[in-house]
Write a protein that binds this ligand. Structure first.
Ligand code: RB5
Length: 151
């Protein structure tokens, strides 16, 4: 789409205790990029249940309050499982840029999850940048993405 302006996206972000430090880094990075981002927490390292925060972020994206969501836990996996239970969410765990790019071009992923115990800060920033900048290709991929929801 010619009018895709990746900087104009509204992003919801959240994490559990294990993802807190990386989430802080990513929030600061998004601010530096001047991307509109709302932080659903958590806001410290006290033990937190990842299903609650992941569901909150996923629902906000599914309700179109935000264009996309980013959720960080220890592995990136639990929050991805939870987010994908929400109708309309296509969540992916990406720890390298190829998957981040493909999840956008072919799958129109609207939630990115990462594991703070898996990925370093610099690579996580690259993954986020790639994921946000990459546009969905549509066409034959739109047909397949529609099939995900049974359409
Ligand atoms: C917390 O220890 C950890 O289980 C959580 O962050 C996440 O990795 C779950 O999938």
């Amino acid at each position: 789409m010619a009018d895709f302006d990746w900087k104009k996206q509204k992003i919801a972000i959240g994490c559990d205790h294990a993802g807190f430090d990386l989430k802080q880094e990513i929030v600061a990075y998004l601010k530096k990029l001047e991307i509109d981002c709302y932080d659903f927490g958590v806001f410290d390292r006290s033990p937190a249940d990842y299903p609650s925060i992941a569901k909150e972020v996923a629902l906000a994206v599914a309700d179109h309050e935000f264009d996309k969501g980013i959720i960080i836990c220890g592995s990136g996996l639990g929050v991805c499982i939870v987010a994908n239970k929400v109708v309309g969410i296509r969540a992916v765990t990406c720890h390298e840029t190829y998957s981040a790019r493909m999840s956008r071009t072919h799958n129109d992923a609207n939630v990115l999850t990462m594991g703070a115990r898996v990925i370093g800060v610099d690579l996580a920033k690259d993954v986020v940048l790639t994921w946000l900048k990459t546009e969905f290709e549509g066409g034959r991929h739109q047909v397949r993405v529609s099939m995900i929801e049974g359409n």
